[in-house]
Design a protein around this ligand. Sequence first.
Ligand SMILES: Cc1cc2nc3c(=O)[nH]c(=O)nc-3n(C[C@H](O)[C@H](O)[C@H](O)COP(=O)(O)O)c2cc1C
Length: 301
Amino acid sequence: MSARIPAVGAAALTDRRPFGQLTVPLIAAPMTMVSTPALVSAACAAGIVGAFPTSNCGSTAELDEWLDEVAALVQTASRQPHAPVPGPVAANLIVHRVNQRLDDDLATIVRRGVGIVITSVGNPVPVIDPLHRGGCLVFADVASLAHAEKAAAAGADGLVLLAAGAGGNTGWANPFAFARAVRAFFSGPLVLAGGVSDGIALWAATVLGFDLGYMGTKFIATAESGASPAWRQAVVDARLDDITLGPGPTGVTASLLPGRGSAGHTVSGVHAITTVAEVVRTTQSEWQAARSHTRATLTEP
Ligand SMILES: Cc1cc2nc3c(=O)[nH]c(=O)nc-3n(C[C@H](O)[C@H](O)[C@H](O)COP(=O)(O)O)c2cc1C
């Protein structure tokens, strides 16, 4: 029998604080080659959302195996004393026509009860209804206002706003303006992709109207990542100014660390190769300190 995947249900949408049980409102962003079962399960075990592109699995059968492996690793970790409530797994479906496994991966995700699907690189509209019928929440990753409007009109439950400087396929919009423009017509969960280099930036995103932040680049430099040792070290050594724009593997404009691979402006927040648990712990304490500071400042006479 297949192991059950930790997931939020559609009830999360009726919660006034979506994803309210997370240790910090963070998603370990889906990353080609970087997201491994070890990274995803460590993220979930640390109480955040663990996302991965289904294309990281060599086949749909391997996707099934990954889901088993992640569920088993999370289950073991959650038996430790003081372990947080595990965060949910989110599967990232590339909805571009290059993905020939789209239908098969979608069917597996539904069958296995993965509660959250993030669509990217293409038009999410055709998959929203089938995923809803299967009980999944659908978050569409969008890089423009027009795409955000289209995804919202088609019934996407949440939107991931790809802002300037996001690692990999990037947007160009300033996140401040982008968030406020989308909040004018969309009241569902909003996720910021790009620029979340620490817990302080994550808190600022919360104030701006985001419910969650994506962290991608920072997880490249972890023990659990699928990146090569040279790529991990390059992310540690790089500064924001080293990130350039160029065509990514799918031809879409991407933020790149020349000679190494994709990485975003958040390299500025990466100072060492560490573990997923340590990144989450640090982000959580920065986020809490920033939140307390704002509250104290607001209540000053
Ligand atoms: C190496 C790398 C690979 C990525 N691969 C994917 C992918 O397969 N699917 C996807 O939706 N986004 C992908 N992204 C984008 C991330 O999900 C996310 O938007 C980005 O990393 C934003 O966070 P950051 O600014 O902390 O990097 C990738 C990003 C990086 C750096």
